[in-house]
Design a protein around this ligand. Structure first.
Ligand SMILES: [Zn+2]
Length: 362
């Protein structure tokens, strides 16, 4: 039986996820994603209330990337250099944030060494523990990584001082200590950029754990992975062949979904755990978005693959999360860090009708 058939049978309708999610006992903690380190989530899983997600309908199309030539032209028209232009774009980046919990929008723009400008905003998920939130700087780096930005991030302009979590996540970029940063909501007595090293001296970073040759985020990753023949998962009350109204569309695109999820896993940055993973999402129009897992040397700031795929969805103009109707996760089986349960939980809350499947790779 081909894996396509097997994974079809492992389909699961999120509405049918009736088994209460039982938070793994301590002996299972080593199977949790790295962001669960130290602070394990302890939520009860009742059906989510109909709250807002922070996405406003009918909002104008947002920009998440500006081309190099357009950036040059915008700067020139204002008599500025491109780094000088960045602070004026931060307000637009703040409008990208989805903050139904805090209502505190953080926006960040970054100039890549290829001349493009990338945007990021903070994303919150009501009903889920706060550590599922995507910070603006994480969004920015995921946006960069997903679109071949790089190899370096030269300048960052951000609306508020980066939190410790983000200062740490930025350490996954090679040479980031020299990246220049400016914070726009602070009194600009000295409105100049300053190096990241000035806001995180004595950092703990990748090379405390890795050798210098290991590729970092924004560098090419080619994890040698292939799908297992028998790669279905049938646990947690899996019910096959349920329909969420998009079964035909899902079947038509299932090969693309699987290919993209595998490709995302091959591109993931998981040097600390050796547990690469990737997620592909499909919306109700059949468009597919992929996201690669990205680890942090400090574990907790790691970006889960489902978060990264959601960033791809938003950057591509995706609207409300309920438009996501199918998801595929590719990861290894029987490893120390697994994404399955946390991805399922997240999808269950943000898009209850999403069909979620897991394929194992080797
Ligand atoms: Zn942050």
């Amino acid at each position: 039986m081909s894996h396509l058939v097997v994974q079809y049978k492992s389909s699961m309708h999120m509405n049918e996820f009736i088994n209460p999610y039982i938070y793994p006992p301590p002996s299972y903690l080593s199977f949790l994603p790295l962001h669960s380190s130290i602070h394990g989530a302890t939520t009860n899983h009742r059906p989510p209330p109909p709250y807002a997600t922070g996405f406003r309908m009918n909002q104008p199309a947002r920009r998440y990337i500006i081309t190099a030539s357009e950036a040059e032209s915008m700067a020139r028209s204002k008599g500025l250099t491109v780094p000088q232009l960045l602070p004026s774009l931060v307000k637009s980046a703040q409008d990208l944030a989805r903050t139904p919990i805090s209502k505190f929008n953080v926006g960040v723009v970054g100039l890549s060494s290829d001349g493009r400008i990338f945007f990021g905003g903070n994303i919150e998920f009501p009903g889920l523990p706060l550590h599922h939130s995507i910070h603006a700087e994480q969004f920015l780096i995921t946006n960069l990584a997903a679109h071949g930005g790089g190899p370096k991030l030269l300048n960052i302009a951000v609306s508020a001082a980066p939190c410790g979590h983000c200062r740490q996540f930025l350490q996954e970029l090679r040479g980031v200590s020299k990246t220049q940063i400016i914070v726009t909501d602070q009194p600009l007595e000295n409105p100049d950029y300053k190096p990241i090293s000035s806001i995180l001296p004595n950092p703990f970073g990748p090379f405390d754990l890795l050798d210098q040759e290991t590729p970092l985020i924004l560098e090419k990753h080619s994890n040698k992975l292939s799908l297992k023949d028998d790669s279905s998962i049938t646990q947690n009350g899996n019910t096959p062949n349920l329909s969420n109204g998009y079964h035909e569309l899902i079947n038509k695109n299932e090969e693309t979904l699987i290919t993209e999820a595998l490709e995302a896993a091959r591109g993931s940055h998981a040097p600390y755990s050796g547990c690469p993973s990737g997620v592909a999402l499909m919306d109700c129009e059949g468009k597919v978005y992929k996201g690669s897992y990205m680890e942090s040397a400090a574990y907790n700031p790691s970006m889960m693959p489902v978060q990264a795929a959601l960033v791809a969805y938003m950057v591509a103009g995706g609207g409300g999360y309920e438009r996501i109707v199918a998801a595929v996760l590719v990861e290894k089986e029987e490893v120390l860090v697994k994404q399955e349960d946390t991805a399922r939980l997240m999808l269950k809350y943000i898009s209850p009708k999403c069909e979620f499947r897991v394929l194992h790779c080797i």
